[in-house]
Design a protein around this ligand. Structure first.
Ligand code: GDP
Length: 196
């Protein structure tokens, strides 16, 4: 699939305002600052995702299409310390609902900084996706920040931790900056969009 043909469709204020639940979509999620926008931009070779984010404001769900049947969903980053608890709860509810109910959702890319992966909110998200039987690609971002040995050890550790969940979860090191894991990302998306 030619990911550089991705084009913006809409910014939805919440799950209920997303495009019709048809075709196939893949969602990207991660803590704020995990490197989600950079990953989407690297994948599509475009400046798709705007990088300015204001904590505490209503965060929009950006949607992009590859063709009429295939969408990329950029979910709002989570984990901002300053966001009011009510907003956090609302977001958690709608995210859980999205993972449970969205029929076109065929895969979830979870982005985590390789230097501090598997935080509580990451695990919440991963567990909800597992409960809903959504396949997961966990990308350990900013892998260029670690030396080869440490990078490999971190990937193995995360793989081991997630293997406990006994679900369809793939883990790769990733760096938008150096192009690490970019092919693996595209291959996994191809799998999800095109089927095995
Ligand atoms: P988002 O909040 O998850 O969308 O994160 P961004 O893509 O905006 O990235 C957050 C910060 O991490 C920015 O300062 C980026 O320049 C930096 N960053 C993102 N990806 C990489 C990467 O692969 N390597 C390095 N070293 N920094 C990165």
């Amino acid at each position: 699939i030619k990911y550089h043909t991705a084009s913006f469709i809409t910014s939805a204020p919440d799950i209920s305002k997303l495009p019709a639940d048809a075709g196939i979509e893949v969602a990207f999620a991660g803590r704020s600052n995990a490197g989600k926008s950079s990953a989407l931009n690297a994948l599509t070779d475009q400046k798709l995702a705007r990088t300015s984010k204001t904590p505490g404001r209503t965060q929009l769900i950006n949607t992009f299409e590859l063709d009429e049947e295939k969408r990329l969903i950029d979910l709002p980053g989570y984990g901002f310390a300053k966001v009011p608890i009510e907003m956090k709860k609302k977001w958690q509810r709608s995210l859980g609902e999205y993972l449970q109910k969205r029929k076109s959702l065929k895969g979830l890319v979870v982005l985590m900084d390789i230097r501090h992966p598997l935080k509580d909110l990451d695990m919440d998200l991963i567990n909800w996706a597992v409960d809903s039987e959504i396949p997961i690609l966990a990308l350990l971002t900013k892998a260029d920040k670690l030396k080869q040995g440490k990078r490999k050890a971190e990937v193995l550790q995360v793989r081991k931790a997630l293997a406990e969940l006994d679900a369809d979860i793939t883990v790769h090191a990733f760096s938008s900056l150096k192009g690490i894991g970019l092919n693996e990302l595209a291959w996994k998306l191809d799998d999800w969009y095109l089927g095995p």
